[in-house]
Design a binder for this molecule. Structure first.
Ligand code: PGA
Length: 260
């Protein structure tokens, strides 16, 4: 494995928690990650916008990093209801999710918008988790690699080679998100290997070998180890299980052990 591919685990809290429970969850994750010491993977939590500030305070002094679930592509202006990359940086975010399947398929974000958001995140000096993944009917008709490739190529348009290290790709099959269904380790590995090949074609074999690609979709302590042991799986983006501190910490431990 390339030395730059330190395992990375994200906890996407989605539209869950409140001020008190979010801060408590953050404190538990921070304490658990601190107890793992050097064995802890890179760890990022993605709370709802309104709790970023209180979660940032709860994480103060911890190696656990803060991320936002979405962003708007302009820095400021008349965009009622939106939040900009500099605002996210201002409250202590280092990471932003871009192109999550719920943004694509529930909120109808298209490839051009996702590309604009990714460019805005990078322009602000932030890091991105770019999510890609196929729907069930696309998998069943053999389109998994085509869809992942189209989403990755389109989102990465105009992303310069020197900025690619700030992009983690999350492969999240839509049918596996929040359903309790997981891609088999072999299917996930195959999808990751194809995404890495796309990066090699778009950038270089060296850049592709250094890029981190997470798996997401019903990751739990029970399946994390086997998924994370795959050669092209560099971490996990975790939804439901990230709300349960013991489960999320067990996934962190699986990541630390899996690539040791
Ligand atoms: P899940 O969500 O772990 O609940 O399937 C994953 C995600 O949406 O990132």
């Amino acid at each position: 494995m390339h030395p730059s591919r330190r395992p990375i685990i994200g906890g996407n809290w989605k539209m869950n928690t409140d001020r008190a429970s979010g801060a408590a969850l953050a404190r538990q994750v921070a304490a658990g990650a601190a107890a793992m010491g050097q064995a802890a993977p890179d760890t990022v939590v993605f709370p709802p916008f309104v709790y970023l500030d209180s979660v940032a305070a709860a994480l103060a002094g911890s190696p656990v990093q803060l991320g936002a679930q979405d962003v708007y592509q302009a820095d400021h202006g008349a965009f009622t209801g939106e939040v900009s990359p500099p605002m996210l940086r201002d409250v202590g975010c280092r990471w932003v999710l871009v192109g999550h399947s719920e943004r694509r398929h529930v909120l109808h974000e298209g490839d051009d918008l996702i590309n604009a958001k990714l460019l805005a995140v990078l322009r602000a000096g932030l890091h991105a988790v770019l999510c890609v993944g196929e729907k069930l009917e696309q998998r069943l008709t053999g389109q998994t690699d085509t869809i992942n490739e189209r989403q990755a190529r389109s989102a990465l348009r105009h992303v310069e080679p020197q900025d690619l290290w700030r992009v983690v790709i999350a492969y999240e099959p839509v049918w596996a998100i929040g359903t309790g269904k997981t891609a088999t380790p072999a299917d996930a590995q195959a999808a990751h290997a194809h995404i890495r090949a796309v990066l090699a074609d778009l950038y270089s074999p060296h850049a592709a070998a250094a890029a981190r690609i997470q798996y997401g979709g019903s990751v739990t302590p029970a399946n994390a180890h086997e998924l994370l042991a795959q050669p092209d799986i560099d971490g996990a983006l975790v939804g439901g299980a990230s709300l349960k501190p013991a489960d999320f910490l067990a996934i962190l431990a699986a990541a630390g052990a899996g690539k040791a």
